[in-house]
Design a protein around this ligand. Sequence first.
Ligand SMILES: Cc1cc2nc3c(=O)[nH]c(=O)nc-3n(C[C@H](O)[C@H](O)[C@H](O)COP(=O)(O)O)c2cc1C
Length: 226
Amino acid sequence: MHTKLIDGFPFVSYTKATYEISEMEARCRLYFDWMNTRRTVRDFSNKSVPEHIIENIILTASTAPSGAHKQPWTFCVVKNADVKKQIRIAAEKEEKESYETRMTDEWLRDLQPIGTDWHKPFLETAPYLIVVFKRSYELELNNYKHQNYYVTESCGIACGFLLTAIHNAGLVALTHTPSPMNFLSKVLDRPVNEKPYLLIPVGYPAEECWVPDLKRKDLSEICVWI
Ligand SMILES: Cc1cc2nc3c(=O)[nH]c(=O)nc-3n(C[C@H](O)[C@H](O)[C@H](O)COP(=O)(O)O)c2cc1C
């Protein structure tokens, strides 16, 4: 690996394996076929998963690009049963309120085929809850707030990487957004510069696991060439 200074900052030469078009086609196709088997799961087994597997998954998420390479995320892994229970109680309280009074009729109709309601048993069943916090700034000396950039976009990409890594490990996840999510800062005692972003239960699917029979959009519906 070669290194050099550019404007006084260290750079390393970057090389990447490239493929013949035929191999590229095969790799793209296989990757799509495999990614197309990822599903959001709500029926979890309580079977345990080694902690280092979760740590590797989180390391993969943190390879995501981020504004000015600030990596403005914290992945808080909850394995403690009492804390998971507290999260379930608080989430179900908010979700009950949302389903009964806050969601529009249109939203509730859109959710019908997914089959969700305010009950969230998976918050206790799944061996881990990965709570992703976005860090809008870093607190430096003298309480100076050093801003992070494109924090929401960066965290969204990192969570995409996280979900892909979970799928790659042969595990399943649920992208959960109990709304509002502020209770997570309190229950998990997070610092003021962190705001809850997503709550992602991770584990094995239950022996009997059902997912809605969803269809994904065709290429013609999601892609335009100019
Ligand atoms: C930002 C975001 C928020 C979501 N919030 C919830 C949620 O709170 N509860 C839930 O059961 N599913 C939630 N989902 C999962 C979606 O319902 C799911 O991704 C969608 O139905 C497509 O299914 P698939 O992931 O199996 O392809 C969320 C997904 C995203 C991307």
